[in-house]
Design a protein around this ligand. Structure first.
Ligand code: DQA
Length: 152
């Protein structure tokens, strides 16, 4: 049976392609998800996608879907910088998690340099646009395979 990776996008990422294209690029979220889906298939994984502008919706979806999943790839968007509720949810779900950002948050406005999500993730991938998502997925696939080997 294929292992499942949850792919979550936080607020305003539904506007990708139209929102500040000079910063976030022209790729839409639908197109980005299709590229992640393709890479997941190549890696033998199933990807399940969700975008919401609401903190509670993101947490509810994670709580509901985590029990049947094996990894989490999350772009928490602006929640990155201040949502302790989302941070706790990522920690509580118990999944190996990778934090992703299209842009390099370390090189932008001071408020973006802080991630309260980072400490509950295995790694942070940032600054590469869609490449950051694909690298995070490769990383999670390796991690899941390694974990499987350990429990087999
Ligand atoms: C983002 C960076 C965040 O600071 C911002 O609020 C976003 C997108 C990124 O992918 O670069 O919405 O997470």
């Amino acid at each position: 049976m294929k292992k499942t990776v949850l792919v979550m996008h936080g607020p305003n990422l539904g506007l990708l392609g139209r929102r500040r294209p000079e910063i976030y690029g022209t790729l839409t979220l639908t197109r980005l998800d299709a590229l992640v889906q393709k890479r997941a298939a190549e890696l033998g994984l199933r990807a399940k996608f969700f975008q919401s502008n609401g903190e509670g919706e993101l947490i509810d979806w994670l709580e509901k879907n985590a029990p049947a999943a094996h990894g989490l790839l999350i772009n928490p968007a602006a929640y990155t910088h201040y949502s302790y509720a989302l941070r706790d949810a990522v920690e509580a779900c118990g999944l190996p998690a990778a934090e992703v950002h299209l842009t390099d948050i370390a090189k932008r406005e001071p408020f973006r340099r802080i991630s309260v999500i980072k400490p509950v993730c295995l790694r942070q991938f940032k600054g590469g646009g869609v490449k950051s998502y694909l690298e995070a997925l490769d990383f999670l696939a390796k991690h899941i395979r390694r974990q499987q080997g350990e429990t087999a």
